[in-house]
Design a protein around this ligand. Structure first.
Ligand SMILES: Cc1cc2nc3c(=O)[nH]c(=O)nc-3n(C[C@H](O)[C@H](O)[C@H](O)COP(=O)(O)OP(=O)(O)OC[C@H]3O[C@@H](n4cnc5c(N)ncnc54)[C@H](O)[C@@H]3O)c2cc1C
Length: 501
């Protein structure tokens, strides 16, 4: 079986949805999603979207400056400027598609603050249901579009490379049994993050670095892979066996929550006396790491005991409900937290239009390295990155589609199918990444991890297997190798990459 389309969008998070919706309806779009259409990290986002919506040049400049400062000034300045300058139009387009954000009684947007922001500039929806509400409204729009065909439970295995080296669509596997090609004039990677490369993560566990793996195999440039952001405050549950950890939004600290160690002592004054708990995530995660080390424990606490439980329940309904299930009442109890993997700041290199180094291949959202994040992402800039670059990528594709032609020619390889279980190997990779390529890294640990990963990769490549789990495991190990190699190359500590020899 073969399918043909103008645009193939791989992934149904905010980046994929917004790209597909902004493609001119006269063009045919196929969107594939590995699982259910609504299964993505975008659905999980709590804090909101950072954006300066009025034209005050000082506020505008401060969003630019805060982003650079969080990224240790190695961000691509042009990309950051593009992000900040295009925030308003991207948010307006989002609202046109039905997204809504919380407002006060005077119909003004309610704004909040998170780590690294010098002003309140974060829009939120349903209190802490920003990702769910935004993604849901776009999904409803998408399903009503006649030019967009959605195929769920379908994983892209590899990108199709035409004889002249261009991207011409993808080989996919539907429901783990139907293997076919989707030939496309333009292909968009919107596959999101890499959480499952690590042993514990805030991400949906379907985030296996597929876009990075596929882009690497087709020869696209990959950049800044050492910059993996660890969120400081994932809920810590001593007996939990789940690799997925529930996130406690930074906006809670934006509303006054503090951090204390197991001795119930506030500690951020030792690490960042000015910004305290609202320092950028790299600073806070590294501070928590040191506190845990010094106090022989594996967690610290978020302290909300000085805040009104009723306010907390109204402002953070999702978090309030989840921690209550574990026996903690916000406003009354200390809530145990510890850092874990959260966001990939690097990824597939793109220009300002989301174009990768492979002709006809675009990357948008967390899979992309647009250059805006530098060595550490500023909180709530990723949803903004999704919509700003989805808009510019779709605009460029709309222009190019006028004249572009389908490139397909290569034949699909026939692959064997085995019932192998890759869980133990995934666990091994996660354990090595947590231990040696986590918040603190050194040459010995990185070198050891690289040799383990290289061996696993060699073994996997020797016995290809036509299953979702084989390809995900292959992408996990490729992504882990790229992170480890980049971490070895970068000898200095910067942003979320901390080397202590
Ligand atoms: C708990 C949590 C809270 C967060 N809160 C915020 C916040 O408040 N503000 C903010 O700015 N950012 C936040 N982030 C980060 C932000 O949510 C993500 O960076 C962003 O949503 C990524 O969007 P995306 O569209 O690139 O990817 P995703 O939303 O992750 O979507 C990826 C899609 O690709 C599909 N996919 C993956 N591989 C394949 C494949 N091989 N074939 C087919 N489909 C595939 C997946 O099934 C999914 O549909 C948060 C992240 C998490 C995990």
């Amino acid at each position: 079986m073969e399918r043909y389309t103008d645009v193939l969008v791989i992934g149904s998070g905010l980046a994929g949805l917004f790209t597909a919706l902004n493609i001119d309806p006269k063009y045919k779009v196929i969107m594939i999603a590995k699982e259910h259409l609504q299964n993505s990290n975008s659905m999980l986002a709590q804090g909101g979207i950072a954006a300066e919506l009025n034209n005050d040049p000082i506020l505008h400049e401060s969003h630019f400056e805060d982003t650079l400062k969080a990224g240790s000034f190695i961000n691509d300045k042009q990309a950051v400027k593009y992000l900040v300058d295009n925030a308003l139009v991207a948010i307006e387009t989002l609202v046109k598609f039905g997204a809504h954000f919380d407002k006060d009684e005077k119909n003004q947007y309610l704004l909040t603050k998170e780590g690294g922001h010098s002003h309140k500039r974060i829009l939120h929806s349903g209190g802490d249901a920003s990702g769910y509400n935004t993604t849901k409204s776009l999904t409803d729009d998408l399903l009503a579009r006649e030019n967009i065909q959605v195929i769920e439970n379908t994983i892209a295995l590899d990108l199709i490379r035409s004889k002249d080296g261009k991207c011409a669509g993808a080989f996919v596997l539907e429901n783990d049994e139907l293997h076919y090609s989707i030939h496309a004039k333009m292909t968009v990677l919107a596959t999101g993050g890499i959480g499952s490369v690590y042993g514990s993560t805030t991400n949906d566990l379907s985030a296996t670095g597929d876009g990075i793996g596929m882009a690497h195999r087709i020869g696209a440039r990959i950049r800044d892979m050492e910059f993996v952001q660890f969120h400081p405050t994932a809920l810590y549950l001593e007996d939990s066996k789940s690799r997925r950890r529930f996130l406690i939004t930074e906006a809670l600290r934006g509303e006054g929550a503090t951090l204390v160690n197991v001795e119930e002592q506030r500690f951020m004054q030792k690490y960042d006396p000015e910004r305290m708990e609202l320092a950028p995530r790299d600073v806070v995660s590294q501070a928590i790491y040191r506190e845990m080390y010094d106090t022989w424990t594996d967690h610290v606490y978020i302290d909300t005991r000085h805040l009104d439980p009723k306010f907390l329940e109204k402002r953070f309904p999702t978090v309030f409900k989840r921690v209550k299930e574990e026996g903690y009442i916000m406003g009354i109890d200390l809530i145990p937290v510890a850092p874990c993997e959260h966001f990939m700041c690097g990824g597939v290199y793109t220009d300002l239009q989301g174009k990768t180094t492979v002709e006809n291949l675009y990357a948008v959202g967390e899979v992309a390295s647009s250059g805006v994040h530098g060595a550490n992402r500023l909180a709530s800039n990723s949803l903004l990155e999704c919509i700003v670059f989805a808009l510019s990528a779709s605009k460029q594709m709309n222009e190019l589609l006028e004249t572009s032609k389908l490139q397909s020619d290569p034949k699909m390889e026939v692959l064997p199918q085995y019932n192998y279980n890759y869980k133990p190997i995934r666990k091994k990779i996660g354990d090595y990444m947590d231990e040696h390529v986590g918040i603190v890294r050194n040459t010995k640990g990185l070198t050891l991890t690289k040799s383990v990963l290289d061996q696993i990769s060699k073994n996997l490549l020797k016995s290809p297997n036509l299953t979702r789990h084989y390809y995900e495991t292959l992408n996990i190990v490729t992504t882990a190798q790229l992170i480890t190699e980049a971490a070895l190359r970068r000898e200095e500590s910067i942003g979320c990459h901390l080397r202590i020899e």
